[in-house]
Design a protein around this ligand. Structure first.
Ligand code: GLC
Length: 743
């Protein structure tokens, strides 16, 4: 009797056997307006270390609040807060705990821009899955990641957080990361909800100045900035975050077209959108709201379901409903979206985090292995004059110099979660463990990151003079990229360049190691270095992978996911620009116009020879596919991984297309002497169509080019193959006849 009675007494939303949508509807139907509004609010718990977001001292948090940014590492504390929500609130709705896990929680992986240079989505996904496990065990169910803003102005500090300049690459790594975080089922123990951010166009902040206006044409919005978001939504990303910037005068956080027409009506997203920190109130500064009440109205009506720390919703939504300015339908629909994510995460049925000792929660051996592997594959050999790398066995003494030689904290990069300096392996330590007694290592800092103090130069030059080669470790502080970290120049401080110039006088080979969160201006440094290794900000495990590259144990396989301009003055310069009306003209009068390193650049210790690329046909209709293949041979003496990039060009269209667009890539290991065939199946709808300014896909017959390596093949998309079909059928027929006869 009791069992039956308890089932009957149990409301549907608490019954795991009820369909989720029924549970949501049942719960929404039971909630008061006040309870509904609180579900649409997020506050911060703990002290926010992000200096840009002054978090008010958190007062008494209502147990009915929808979400908390959890700025603590203590899962027990998190469970106590959750228990209060489950037991003290009338309906027992679990809180959704969120945090910025951008490239790791405590095990810190390379910054996302570095991860993209690995061209290994599977490895990126694996790392995201490991980060999700640490995150969940910390008590956090939701990460504000991946950041998928396309950035082509490296003066903007947040270029470090994204996957570079290309929409297709960013889409691939977005999907890999979402799948890593969310797994196949959000309610699984190690799954956390993803958040695609910052929706949208944030990377176009004018002049690289963070938070500034973004002037984006409808055409650019659809062909450049939206594709990673569409891919992420299709991959099932649970949430999105609305951006700070405006889009040609309409702030993203009040942009109904973006947040409702595109995201909800066209893409069918059924999760929710959270505003970025204070982005609702910021509508006042952006000139579209006279006060917080109007700001709240505009963002809620635009399609922002959850208010991050503004309290605009908790302060004004009830008033706005009473005034008839906000409908109960929209309130109910918004609450249902938030509840849907909580149900999908299983929070109603398992609201508490499993608590394990920190030693079991963080820095597991397998996590560190993946962190090192991802760091290794993301490092890019930019220059290797006379193959000075890997270091010859004739080199017995190596001077390790520079502000980053023994530095740890700055290798973590921006947004390093709960990463700790103590966990980081420095460059020096990595080399010491790799080379042991084989190489006599000496060290001098030489200079600090910036300023004018050259007092360390003499010592540095002295040890360089006594060594057989010099490793100069330069770069950026972690605070020089990330949020609100715009720089007027992407050159390193002059003091660092002066150090290299002085070291050059010692007359020893110089290997330049760079740790940075953005492309750098290397115009003066590049000629002084015999070799350059870009290690980005590799997280906790960068020392040994770099040492492996220097020793030759690792054959570098990273390729740039973002172009390195020769100088700041070339910005913006990226590989998929539209072609000029006068390709012979439009050059700078005072500097070269070519960037130093293009997107896709990266050297190896072996050589790869591309054989003849072949097409399965030279014509196809919209309904057909066409396969292009290229054999790649490792013509060197060591194993290496090659990434083959496939670019499509469409020379004549109704709307001019970029000169070429990446449509597929594959990375494969190839043994010395081995040939591996890479192939790409072209699907016209996916690979040959393009969006217009309304997002309508256009697929226009005509000639196309497919580029791979230094080869460019052409094929034609035809309306129908009737005439051509007859010809090819006859041709095939004759071949078959010939074949039959011969047989
Ligand atoms: C910040 C960032 C955003 C982050 C949020 C919460 O201002 O713009 O990326 O997720 O606030 O920390």
């Amino acid at each position: 009797m009791l069992a039956v009675q308890s089932v009957q007494a149990q409301p549907a939303y608490k019954n795991q056997n009820e369909p989720m949508e029924h549970r949501i509807a049942d719960l929404v139907g039971r909630m008061t307006l006040e309870e509904k509004i609180l579900q649409l609010n997020q506050s911060a718990f703990g002290e926010n270390l992000n200096p840009n977001n002054r978090s008010e001292k958190v007062g008494d948090i209502p147990p009915e609040i929808g979400s908390l940014i959890f700025l603590s590492e203590d899962p027990v504390l998190r469970n106590e807060i959750q228990r209060r929500a489950m037991d003290k609130s009338r309906l027992g709705i679990p809180i959704l705990f969120g945090f910025d896990v951008i490239h790791g929680m405590r095990t810190v992986y390379p910054i996302p821009l570095a991860q993209a240079c690995s061209w290994n989505p599977a490895l990126v996904s694996q790392a995201a899955g490991m980060a999700a496990r640490e995150t969940k065990l910390t008590g956090i169910d939701w990460t504000f990641s991946p950041m998928i803003d396309i950035a082509r102005d490296p003066r903007w500090g947040r270029v470090a957080e994204g996957f570079g300049e290309d929409p297709y690459a960013a889409s691939a790594f977005c999907v890999a990361t979402v799948r890593g975080y969310q797994g196949t089922n959000l309610s699984k123990p190690n799954s956390i909800a993803a958040c695609l951010k910052h929706f949208a166009g944030y990377g176009m902040s004018e002049g690289g100045r963070d938070y500034h206006a973004s002037d984006i044409s409808a055409q650019s919005l659809w062909e450049t900035y939206l594709p990673p978001y569409e891919a992420g939504v299709k991959a099932g990303a649970a949430t999105l975050m609305s951006a700070f910037n405006d889009i040609s005068g309409v702030p993203a956080t009040a942009n109904h077209y973006l947040l409702t027409e595109v995201l909800k009506q066209r893409w069918g997203h059924d999760g929710f959108v959270v505003s970025d920190w204070n982005a609702i109130e910021q509508l006042i500064a952006q000139g579209v709201a006279k006060d917080r009440k109007q700001a709240g109205l505009k963002s809620f009506q635009a399609g922002v379901e959850m208010d991050m720390v503004d309290r605009a919703y908790s302060d004004y939504l009830k008033e706005l409903v009473d005034e008839g300015k906000v409908s109960m339908d929209l309130i109910n629909e918004s609450v249902a979206r938030v509840l849907r994510v909580k149900f999908r995460l299983g929070l109603f049925d398992q609201p508490y985090t499993t608590t394990v000792a920190e030693s079991e929660r963080y820095l597991q051996p397998v996590d560190k292995i993946v962190a090192a592997k991802l760091a290794e594959e993301s490092m890019v050999l930019l220059k290797n004059e006379k193959e000075i790398l890997p270091l010859s066995s004739k080199i017995k003494a190596l001077a390790i110099i520079g502000p980053l030689a023994k530095d740890k904290a700055n290798l973590l990069g921006c947004w390093s979660g709960n990463g700790k300096e103590q966990d980081v392996e420095s460059i020096f330590d990595g080399l010491a463990s790799e080379f042991g007694t084989r190489l006599k290592l000496s060290y001098a800092r030489g200079c600090v990151f910036d300023g004018e103090d050259e007092s360390g130069f003499d010592e540095a030059v002295a040890i360089a003079s006594r060594a057989d080669a010099v490793l100069v470790c330069l770069g950026e502080k972690k605070s020089w990229s990330g949020e609100n970290a715009s720089r007027s120049t992407i050159a390193l401080p002059v003091i660092q360049e002066k150090l290299v110039a002085r070291l050059k006088l010692a007359g020893k080979p110089i290997v330049l190691v760079l740790s940075n969160g953005r492309p750098l201006e290397l115009q003066r440094l590049e000629p002084m270095a015999n070799a350059i290794v870009e290690i980005w900000q590799p997280g906790i495990a960068g020392g040994t992978p770099l040492a492996g590259i220097l020793s030759g144990r690792v054959n570098p396989s990273g390729r740039l996911a973002i172009t390195f301009p020769l100088t700041t003055g070339q910005i913006p310069t990226y590989y998929n620009m539209r072609t000029s009306a006068r390709p012979w003209g439009g050059k700078y009068q005072d500097i070269p116009t070519e960037p130093l390193y293009w997107f896709g650049h990266g050297l190896s210790y072996t050589t790869f020879k591309y054989g003849k690329a072949t097409l399965s046909a030279d014509k196809l209709t919209r309904a057909q596919k066409l396969t292009v293949q290229v054999p790649v041979k490792n013509t060197g003496t060591v194993k290496g991984a090659e990434t083959v990039f496939w670019y499509i060009s469409d020379p004549v269209c109704s709307i001019s297309r970029p000169g070429k667009e990446l449509k597929f890539f594959q990375k494969k290991e190839i043994n010395p002497g081995e040939t591996v065939v890479f192939s790409f199946e072209i699907d016209p709808q996916r690979d040959l169509s393009y969006p217009d300014g309304k997002g309508k896909r256009l697929l226009e017959a005509g000639d196309f080019y497919i580029q791979v390596g230094n080869q460019k093949l052409t094929f034609e998309l035809v309306e129908n193959l009737r005439s051509t079909a007859a010809v090819s059928a006859a041709a095939i027929g004759s071949q078959i006849k010939a074949k039959t006869v011969k047989d």
